[in-house]
Design a protein around this ligand. Structure first.
Ligand code: GLP
Length: 626
């Protein structure tokens, strides 16, 4: 069996893994363009099924480019969107109608009457009829030629949450808890996320002639593998695509990492045993067998498809020791390097000491939540630590927090005898703005500013709990964040320029960053790309070549032991100190706080591989710059 057909034995839907989301989007846009042009020649309209969410945004940007630069016309295109939040009017900033206008329709020449979305405001007693008519309209147009899909973390397509049947049609459904949590940042708090939506059914989607599902970023990797390789089940509605004749998945590398051909390539075909593949295979064997690395036998390797690894690098005894030592050398309680120690096998070099360590936090909470233990240790070990919040994070702060601060100020100002009229006026102004815009309205600049200040205070407070003085906490307030909304930010060169200035001033010996494998439209990924672009500009500067870059993960899936280049162990007391610093973030959700649990799980994995048994570990990957 060749490698491709072996992969197909696992992958029940044709799946293309692209270098990047933009490469995938360009390839998809090319297909759609060809369809539109072919239909034009036949004198027929092209019927497109469209999706919302951050995933299709690069695809829509490419369609807009094709329209502007290459004259692709949408006059003869009819669109049907998958879904709409129930309860939101088309003018609501988070309605899918608004989203589609902002991201596509307002920038192309599609006639308004060709655009169809379910209505979010149809009265309850007319929902059934509205949904029936939506189905009828799709059929009357001749059915969807090309359906674009994203995938939710629950495996949903459209809003077909777990439990949706293969035959389901357009209908009103209740949103799953996870889906609502994922939309919480868009709506500034889970409580503001609508509870219902109207969505095309699985059956409606499966009637499309062609279907492409797109997925980017590692937090989609698990659900992609369940949809592509798992059983067809209503627990993962995307798995029904396995039964469709032409459905395909277009994914990026980060979203592919749980597919068998990527995760366990030796099950699929011959493997070139690079050091990292070898480490992965040994760790996998150890965890599958629940046996420490040093106890794996030749038979274990042979029985699990690893006989060629054994013949190349065995016997087991020697291979085990080599990998055990490699894993052992990743463990270091000296993230800044251990001064005056032999650093041959340590993750970080000993000199210079102390180091200037620059910690990048995409939003104010990210770094402290993810690597608070390491920050703590770096400070304790005498390094010059600077923590930089790259964006203000103000879109995450619920109105109730802004209301609380403005009310306190108002009360304080009113109780003060004289000279506080400006403060009173300011507080009243904020309270008025909050009331005028209502729970769903967009925050006016003054409200965003107050929310930024609240988060600044929380970050300073949390940093202080780890021993970092306020002057060592900086706020970049990158402009892309201030000008945008979640799922549709557009960074510019100005953002990079700000990062360049900061790097040039601080000249770090170490950088800690995150977002390399995140959804490319997420704040973390955009910040990471800004750092990469800034470093590329600065590569000729002396300090830059010598600077080590450590990548950490946020609330997405933690690094696996075989991916870890530095594991920073924590004692129970140190973990508690980190967890305590999180309590300073009143606006944090429990998902973010779960990182502490994931630190414990990394330590458990090291323990079961047969290494030291620590309470918790933060983990890092070295950025291997070209
Ligand atoms: C929502 C939409 C889906 C979309 C999903 C994933 O649930 N109804 O159509 O696929 O979000 O969103 P994102 O692409 O932002 O990850």
């Amino acid at each position: 069996m060749n490698r491709r057909s072996a992969a197909e034995a696992y992958e029940k839907v044709p799946t293309s893994i692209f270098e990047s989301s933009s490469a995938a989007a360009a390839s998809l846009a090319k297909e759609v363009r060809e369809l539109i042009e072919a239909r034009n020649k036949e004198g027929k309209p092209a019927i497109l099924g469209l999706a919302t969410g951050s995933t299709p945004v690069p695809f829509y940007r490419e369609l807009i480019r094709l329209h502007r630069e290459e004259g692709l016309s949408f006059k003869n295109v009819i669109t049907f969107n998958l879904d709409e939040y129930y309860g939101l009017g088309s003018d609501h900033p988070e309605s899918y109608y608004r989203f589609m206008c902002d991201q596509l329709f307002d920038h192309i020449d599609i006639p308004k009457e060709n655009i169809h979305l379910p209505s979010g405001t149809v009265p309850g007693d007319q929902v059934f009829e509205h949904c029936r008519q939506y189905e009828e309209m799709i059929d009357a147009a001749g059915g969807v030629d090309f359906q674009i899909l994203g995938i939710g973390r629950t495996g949903h397509i459209g809003f077909n949450e777990p439990g949706s049947s293969r035959e389901s049609l357009t209908r009103r459904i209740t949103l799953d808890r996870i889906t609502r949590q994922d939309a919480a940042a868009d709506f500034r708090g889970e409580e503001n996320v609508p509870r219902f939506a109207i969505t095309m059914g699985v059956g409606t989607i499966l009637r499309a002639k062609q279907i492409v599902l797109m997925a980017w970023g590692e937090n989609k990797a698990g659900v992609v593998s369940r949809a592509v390789e798992g059983p067809v089940t209503d627990a993962v509605s995307a798995s029904f695509l396995q039964d469709h004749d032409t459905a395909r998945f277009f994914i990026d590398q980060a979203a592919s990492r749980e597919l068998t051909r990527i995760k366990l390539p030796w099950l699929v075909g011959p493997v070139k045993w690079s050091p990292s593949e070898t480490r992965r295979a040994v760790c996998w064997l150890s965890s599958t067998y629940k046996r420490p690395v040093l106890k794996l036998t030749d038979e274990d390797y042979n029985e699990h498809g690893l006989s060629d690894l054994l013949s190349e690098q065995g016997p087991a005894y020697q291979l085990n020791i080599r990998i055990f030592n490699q894993l052992q050398h990743t463990i270091s309680g000296w993230p800044g390097g251990k001064p005056n120690a032999d650093d041959t096998f340590r993750p970080e070099r000993a000199k210079p000491y102390p180091k200037r360590a620059l910690i990048f936090s995409p939003e104010p909470q990210d770094a402290i939540v993810s690597i608070g233990g390491t920050i703590d240790r770096l400070i304790e070990q005498g390094h010059d630590v600077c923590l930089v919040s790259m964006t203000s994070g103000n879109l995450r702060v619920p109105d109730s927090e802004a209301d609380k601060f403005a009310s306190i100020l108002q009360e304080l100002a009113t109780a003060s005898p004289e000279g506080w009229s400006e403060q009173t006026e300011y507080a009243r102004h904020i309270l008025r703005l909050l009331e005028e815009k209502g729970p769903f309205g967009e925050d006016p600049p003054a409200v965003r500013q107050l929310k930024s200040l609240i988060l600044r205070g929380e970050l300073r407070d949390a940093a202080h709990a780890l021993g970092l003085p306020p002057e060592k906490v900086q706020f970049l307030n990158l402009a892309f964040y201030e000008a945008g909304r979640y799922r549709r930010f557009k960074p510019t060169h100005d953002d990079t320029a700000q990062i360049v200035t900061l790097l040039r001033e601080f000249k770090p010996h170490q950088i800690y960053a995150t977002g390399d494998a995140a959804d490319p439209s997420s704040v973390a990924a955009l910040c990471y790309r800004g750092i990469e672009a800034a470093l590329a500009e600065l590569q000729s500067e002396d300090w830059s070549a010598a600077c080590s870059i450590w990548l950490y993960r946020g609330k997405e899936k933690a690094l696996e032991p075989w991916e870890i280049d530095m594991a920073m162990p924590m004692s129970p007391n140190q973990l508690e100190r980190k967890a305590r610093s999180h309590t300073r973030y009143q606006s944090l959700t429990t998902i973010e706080k779960d990182v502490v649990r994931s630190n414990q799980s990394t330590a458990e994995q090291y323990d079961s591989l047969g290494l030291a048994n620590y309470e918790a570990m933060e983990s890092f990957q070295r950025n291997r710059r070209a």
